[in-house]
Design a protein around this ligand. Sequence first.
Ligand SMILES: *Cc1c(COP(=O)(O)O)cnc(C)c1O
Length: 430
Amino acid sequence: MNDRIDFPMNATETDAAELDAADDLSAFRSRFHFPRAENGGDAVYLVGHSLGLQPVAARDYVDRELEDWRRLGVEGHFEGDNPWMSYHEALTDPLARLAGAGPGEVVAMNTLTVNLHLMMVSFYRPTPGRNRILIEGSAFPSDRYAVASQAAWHGYDPAESVIELRPREGEDTIRTSDIEDLIEREGETIALVFLGGVNYLTGQAFDMERITRAGHRQGCVVGFDLAHAMGNLALRLHDWDVDFAAWCSYKYLNGGPGCVGGCFVHERHGRRDDLPRFAGWWGHDKSTRFRMPPAFEAIPGAEGWQLSNPPILPLAALRASLELFDEAGMDRLRNKSMRLTGYMEHLLRTRLPEELSIISPPDPVQRGCQLSIRTGPAGRRVHGILSEHGIRCDWREPDVIRVAPVPLYNRYTDVHRFVEVMAGELGSVG
Ligand SMILES: *Cc1c(COP(=O)(O)O)cnc(C)c1O
């Protein structure tokens, strides 16, 4: 899938509108609410990597549960259309489809960093000879804090136990073969290989299958943070043999601010009773949970890692969004995504001065929908001007603009508009 997609050299707004007209996923846009721009129209929303938009159906789904609570009180756990006792189970199949997993391998629970810790309690089992954790040099800060605190909690010095992958001098992203080489060289001292499925800063999508294989060859556990990968890439976690993963649902999954995240635990580990874990009543065998027995007996599979009964209102919003993913299908979305982001890259490369570099990988397979653009000194000003034009994108110090055309709700004309304004400010070469 390395073939580049061809777009006209001087793509006009009319060309973009034609691409929209030919897009069989374009109708999904109307299923979302868009923030207003300063001029009163819809904002050009390119920040689905930070907070996905609200599905129109979300309010109705949340209202139904508020209504059941109003009508039924505590009985809502067992009565009503969607009894709360098993509410989270309605999200299991859609999440499993997005993760490329069996239903027993995923669960919606907690929030991302909490889940990372719960997963590491079970899957980071350091010994004096093998206690290191391999992460990306530009890992999201919460991930870095989480792994460092896990190492410290086991009595190891994070300065020695946490090792970071860096791109080669003069490069922005990390070569898969360099990751494999490092694991090959140092793997026997590494307890856990833990990378983002998609790096939040550069947008690089890691080759999870190859990295997992390399880690397993050296006896390492391999886990991924899928904050920027769920709902963005077509994932096959089970077949790739990944040990565990965790994600949040407010980015590409459109679950709403602070919504319930999730975990993947490979089937291989789902019934192991030799793994330590932090337990809670919601992970206990459902048939005896309410007899409240003194000894914990885990539900087999990912559900056995649950602690608490989950917050129903955010789950309801997420459910509305997951139904849209099922309607559209992740393979179709990914297909559109490659074209849409390829189109943005094409316009940026043909319209903008060369100093402006795209640090995301040029190979569509090695990125999701996001492009990260190094802007040079004019960046902050340009970001402000984009905002005045109703274009929402993300600014990272010192000089990176991150934009994510999201295939569920963004259009080719959104992308065209964004590049027009950038080119107007930075000097067009077209
Ligand atoms: C967004 C993000 C987080 C945020 O974690 P929360 O616990 O949901 O606040 C953590 N890690 C990565 C890689 C992220 O992209």
